[in-house]
Structure formats: structure tokens, C-alpha cells
Design a protein around this ligand. Structure first.
Ligand SMILES: [Zn+2]
Length: 68
């Protein structure tokens, strides 16, 4: 469970949300995904690694080199 860095509330990250976030990050070359906290509404910057745990893509590598 990922918690808000400001107020400690749990952030509702679904597998679907994580997958979408990773897709956006891939397309825009981002290293973090901005997710607003549902309680305090501050923006939490989630690193790729955190999202990968929620949206396993078969193989996890940091090379970001698409095969196939
Ligand atoms: Zn918060």
C-alpha cells in the first residue's frame, strides 16, 4: 500500500490505474506520475518502481527497451 507523503492517507491505486499511468509515463518519457491525494489533495509523485508493483508487465527491467 502506498501512502500519501503529506497526510498518510492510503492512495487508491488500482492495477488498471497503475497500468494507465505507466503507459502515459512511457509515452511522455516521465519518471514520476502525479497522483493527487484523495484526502489532502496534494500531489504525490510516484516513482515508476512503485507503479510497476501494481501493474506487473511480465518482465520488469530498467532498460526500458521494448522487445518484440
Ligand atoms: Zn494526503
Amino acid at each position: 500500500m502506498i501512502r500519501c507523503a503529506y497526510c498518510g492517507a492510503p492512495l487508491p491505486i488500482s492495477r488498471k490505474l497503475a497500468a494507465q499511468a505507466l503507459q502515459v509515463m512511457d509515452e511522455e518519457g516521465l519518471q514520476h506520475f502525479d497522483l493527487p491525494c484523495p484526502r489532502c489533495r496534494k500531489i504525490n509523485k510516484l516513482p515508476r518502481q512503485a507503479l510497476l508493483r501494481y501493474a506487473p508487465r511480465g518482465q520488469q527491467s530498467d532498460t526500458t527497451k521494448p522487445q518484440t
